[in-house]
Design a protein around this ligand. Sequence first.
Ligand code: 6PG
Length: 475
Amino acid sequence: MTRAIADIGIYGLGTMGSALALNLAENGFQVAVTNREVEWIGKFVEQAGPLATTISPQITLETFVASLKAPRTILFMIPSGAPMDAMIEAVMPFLDDGDTIIDGGNADFNDTRRRFDRLNGTGAHFVGMGVSGGEKGARNGPSMMVGGSVHSWTQLKPMAEAIAAKFEGEPCVAHLGPDGAGHFVKTVHNGIEYADMQMISELYGLLRDGGGWNAPRIGKLFESWQDGPLSSYLIEVSAAALQTIDPDTRLPMVDVILDQAGQKGTGRWTVIEALKMGQSANAIEAAVGARGWSSEKGMRNAAESALGAGALHADMPSEDDLEQALIAARIIAHAQGFRLLDAASQEFDWSLDMARISEIWRAGCIIRSALLDDLATAFRTDLPHGHLILSPKIAATLTQTMPALRRVVVAGVSLGTALPALSAALAWYDSMRRGRGTTNLIQAQRDFFGAHGFARTDKDGKFNAQWPDLTSERS
Ligand code: 6PG
């Protein structure tokens, strides 16, 4: 007979599952663990060292569930997609009313909504929880974005708050809404992560290809930005990566890494969901697209021979301009992400709390930065109409830094160095700050060839114009 002594069960002892289990154990919780490949379980217990005393290894799913205190909390850290569906069906027969199962992977929030509905009415609860911070974050303090029922949150909260990253003592975890809310927020977090990584890489490219700087010199410049408003985990990582030397070749490590970026899907999902909701997070789109282009290595090599990537000559922007440009573009990428969260909140009736989201992104997660503290203050204090770029403080920073972004984009264009995400951010800003855009001509074109109708500036209603008949004029 298995004794029900564990506070939480973790199924899946890969990198993230193991790290979370150790974090929970270190915080005094009794953790039951199991894994599909049973040989991993013993290895994990060995690796746990003195923490093994609060870990209860289980070989079968049945004893794993039986070893948990009721109402049970089971965290699945397994690949998203079909494996999660299979595990839900496998574990359901062992669950009782009030038990909660949590998917802590990077799941598509549409799947999370479907799984939430699957469990609805069974007595058991389903939670989609985004966990950010990689292996180190999971071990020492991740940022966690929790969806699902209030019942599940009440169960999970003490454990989640204990293991979460802390920002000035505040745990970076929150219950953000029902069903897919947690996974949606994590997806958008990753979309912003993609844009930020891309923008930093674009500045690296400009300095390398336009300015002839070597990697360590660029790394040093990025490192100096850590003392200012750009202070962030991704700048820190980039600065350190650029200054790392490959032991085999003694060349900068980045110079021996193939320029083909991988992606697991969250950036793409951000863009897909944005488009589905009639939004465009174009800085994020540019970042996802650039990873796609990067994988076309053969085509790019052929095009370089055929079309030439020869140097164009233009002045390089100043170091100060590069820093200011990234401040501006980073704000825009975040503004686009939060705009998308707002659209989803309305569409799915989630009542997402943007201030809370910015707060739990201030530590533990990959996009943690000094900016997020400013955004949290903006959302808490002075935000008219919920749009970040209308916050007086954010607007003042944009007014100050945008000229630098403009100069950097001009330099990239003149030097023939692609800056897709930085120029997307600039295009969005220039579109948004102009009350009268150019889609009046799009409406005219639509009405011209398809009688789609248009609204007028001077009277209410839907109108069609008498456009000239081009066929009869030509004949
Ligand atoms: C995080 C990260 C993480 C993500 C990796 C890789 O918040 O800890 O977002 O969840 O899996 O960054 O993502 P890609 O393979 O799509 O770049």
